[in-house]
Design a protein around this ligand. Structure first.
Ligand code: IDP
Ligand code: MG
Length: 141
């Protein structure tokens, strides 16, 4: 395994509920280092690029509306196998199926309001970090 970086985002519903700190706390306590963080009012263009893989899905319109309705907290974490571990910590996409102890399993009940996004592979992490952050906005260890 290896030290890597991943993109995590507290979605509008999570920021609205005041859960940005709780999400950061969980990753920091697990041992991952914060390398980038910013509040972003997401443009429709950025939202569509972020979720490009879902553009043919019936819920795409709702997804873009949901992501642009109020600011998100965009985050980059670094550490051992963080891409995979972050997905485990976040939990299943539908909070109804998310295990207790996961972010979604502890804090959410609805698919469209599932609090947080995490990159699903090292390739996605690379793409998403470059999409959301300029290199100058990321810090080294
Ligand atoms: P992920 O966030 O667990 O990676 P994805 O399949 O990439 O899940 O879907 C992106 C987001 O789209 C989900 O987090 C969820 O908010 C929303 N979503 C996924 N599937 C559905 C659906 O069937 N109906 C409505 N929203 C959905
Ligand atoms: Mg996904």
């Amino acid at each position: 395994m290896a030290v890597e970086r991943t993109f995590v985002m507290v979605k509008p519903g999570g920021v609205e509920r005041g859960l940005a700190g709780e999400v950061i706390r969980r990753f920091e306590q697990r041992g991952y280092g914060l390398r980038g963080a910013k509040l972003v009012k997401v443009s429709t263009k950025l939202a569509k690029e972020h979720y490009a893989e879902h553009k043919e899905r019936p819920f795409f319109g709702e997804l873009i509306e949901g992501l642009t309705r109020s600011p998100v907290m965009a985050l980059v974490f670094e550490g051992e196998s963080v891409v995979k571990v972050a997905r485990t910590m976040i939990g299943a996409t539908n909070p109804v199926d998310s295990a207790p102890g996961t972010i979604r399993g502890d804090l959410a009940t609805e698919m469209g309001e599932n609090i947080v996004h995490g990159s699903d592979s090292p390739a996605s992490a690379k793409r998403e970090i470059a999409l959301w952050f300029d290199k100058s906005e990321l810090v080294k260890k």
